[in-house]
Design a protein around this ligand. Structure first.
Ligand code: F3S
Ligand code: F3S
Length: 105
């Protein structure tokens, strides 16, 4: 699966949403998350992100490997809605994000 990492925090450009053919990128309070079970690994979201926040999970920079599990964990209670358009925005971010300061660092 592809994963969204720290550069998205407090940026939320959302160009990635426009590209995703299966609508599996979900909005949280401070960043967006890719549903690992719904992503079909098409890779279309990666090059369009202006802050280079999107990575294939195996290519995550060492400082951001926690974002792999973090993207998955936010869907633990939500399950698999089968598309972000019909789902409510996530009300909480992953605790990893909550620990970041206002500048996302
Ligand atoms: Fe975030 Fe980049 Fe998408 S900033 S919302 S991952 S285009
Ligand atoms: Fe969508 Fe990106 Fe996966 S465009 S299918 S989230 S690789």
């Amino acid at each position: 699966t592809y994963v969204i990492a720290q550069p998205c925090v407090d940026v939320k450009d959302k160009s990635c949403i426009e590209e995703c053919p299966v609508d599996c990128i979900y909005e949280g309070r401070r960043m967006l998350y890719i549903h690992p079970d719904e992503c079909v690994d098409c890779g279309a979201c990666e090059p369009v992100c202006p802050v280079e926040a999107v990575f294939y999970e195996d290519d995550l920079p060492p400082d951001w490997t926690d974002y792999g599990p973090a993207n998955a964990d936010v869907f633990a209670t939500l399950g698999s809605p089968g598309g972000a358009a019909g789902a409510e925005p996530l009300t909480d971010d992953h605790p990893l994000i909550d620990r970041l300061g206002p500048a996302g660092r």
